[in-house]
Design a protein around this ligand. Structure first.
Ligand code: CTP
Length: 426
């Protein structure tokens, strides 16, 4: 009979996550002239959905590509174009907007606008407010968008170096087909990518300078060319942790079993299938790393020998093949007992997927694996879902992270790890 969940477990399973990605943040979103302006409309919508407020400022050229009306409808605020607009009581939109924003983000930023920034020109409201913004308090993010030849031109590259030296944060450009029909560098990032970059930029950086390795997902142990042993892990928690660690400033390597998830931006991903492959890739990846987080649901056993060809049913025999199994190496325990981990140079975090007695099992597993921190969750209540609840077990005792989205939990867990790694200063 299944035991009734404890009060702790019940609260972990019921609490609703009401968080969003950029709650209470305020941005100036600047649009300049370029076909990519259509992506800015979607980006604005994503910002608002993420809990931010957005003041849109457009250049005259931007208004030739997309109307202020569209941006007003999406941002829920009047759009400004001219520095002579007398709607603000003090008639100083460039001062007001640049003082109240958490950041100014120009997307798309045309070659011409980047040249204006490089020279400190202030002929239109958007350039004027970029120049007038308090440099130390209000960051400027620039998402370039232009034809590949314009992008590669020495003048553009010189201007980009100049505005970066002047304190602008340059977002990368994408490679691909361009509106002009050519293919190359200079495409503006997609709206979702802009949002991910902005979230990462705004996040606190308690893991700056750290090298983090995360394992995620299930492993797949082949029985024959078409069948194998695997489990229900989706990899979502590990991917969310990799993403959160990157947001927190770490350089992240993600060793991923077979999952259908896109790689978080800025994260190096190594795809593996079997436990043995994950073991080899992880041992390699943790050389020089400072933090190792093992979220993967590694198969404990593998068939001793995978059949070369599909195993056929013996007609009418009614018998099933006998699978001889061998134990897989314990990746986490092996690394946690390595000299670097024992010397305190590699901080190891284990996960425990349990189906009952969460705390007791977690404490026992922490001792068995030899890790300073073990994170326990209920396997059936998390596999494949977008939310989870965690129980952190370490020397300090037990810390509960109540049910929330895996993204939110991943950020909380990364903050907990950063605090422990830095000795409580994070
Ligand atoms: N782990 C690992 N290599 C393995 C098995 C597990 O690195 N061969 C890691 C997991 O990534 C996780 C932790 O060890 O961080 C615990 O995994 P879990 O499956 O909960 O525990 P097991 O060690 O397999 O023990 P059991 O199945 O008996 O609960």
């Amino acid at each position: 009979m299944e035991a009734a969940p404890s009060a702790t477990l019940r609260s972990m399973m019921n609490t609703k996550d009401l968080g969003s990605e950029l709650p209470g943040r305020h941005f100036v979103l600047g649009l300049t002239g370029g076909v990519a302006a259509y992506k800015a409309a979607e980006f604005c919508r994503l910002l608002v959905n993420a809990g931010a407020t957005v003041q849109v400022v457009m250049t005259g050229a931007a208004c030739r590509f997309i109307t202020p009306l569209t941006m007003q409808a999406l941002s829920g605020r009047p759009v400004y174009v001219s520095q002579w607009d007398d709607r603000p009581a003090n008639n100083m939109a460039h001062i007001n907007f640049s003082r109240e924003a958490d950041a100014v983000i120009v997307a798309p930023a045309s070659a011409d606008f980047i040249a204006q920034l490089a020279q400190g020109q202030a002929g239109e409201l958007l350039a004027l407010l970029c120049l007038a913004r308090p440099l130390a308090q209000v960051p400027l993010l620039v998402a370039p968008a232009m034809n590949r030849e314009m992008w590669a031109h020495p003048a553009t590259q010189r201007n980009l170096r100049q505005i970066a030296a002047d304190g602008a944060h340059l977002l990368p450009v994408a490679h691909g087909g361009q509106a002009c029909g050519e293919t190359g560098d200079g495409r503006m990032l997609e709206a979702e990518e802009l949002l991910e970059e902005l979230i990462a930029f705004m996040a606190p950086k308690p893991l700056l300078g750290q090298q983090v390795v995360v394992t995620a997902g299930p492993t797949y142990e082949a029985i024959d060319p078409v069948r194998g042993i695997t489990n229900l892990s989706s990899g979502k928690m590990g991917f969310a942790i990799a993403r959160a660690a990157r947001e927190a400033g770490a350089c992240v390597t993600l060793v991923a079993g077979p999952v259908h998830l896109s790689t978080p931006r800025g994260v190096r991903r190594i795809d593996v299938d079997s436990a043995l492959n994950m073991h080899a890739a992880t041992i390699d990846a943790v050389q020089g790393a400072s933090i190792f987080i093992a979220t993967a649901a590694v198969a404990d056993w593998r068939p001793v020998r995978a059949a070369q060809h599909k195993i056929k049913k013996e007609d009418g025999a009614g018998s099933a093949p006998q699978l001889a199994l061998a134990e897989n190496p314990d990746i986490l325990a092996g690394i946690a007992h390595s000299p670097r981990a024992q010397a305190g140079d590699l901080y190891c975090v284990g996960f425990a997927a349990e189906s009952e007695n969460l705390q007791a099992n977690a404490q026992a597993k922490r001792a068995r694996k030899g890790v300073p921190l073990l994170v326990a969750n209920i396997g059936p209540a998390t596999f494949g879902r977008d939310d989870n609840a965690l129980l952190l077990v370490d020397d300090e005792g037990v810390t509960e992270l109540p049910r929330a989205s895996k993204r939110v939990l991943a950020r909380q867990l990364v903050a907990e790890i950063a605090r422990r790694v830095s000795g409580g200063e994070a």
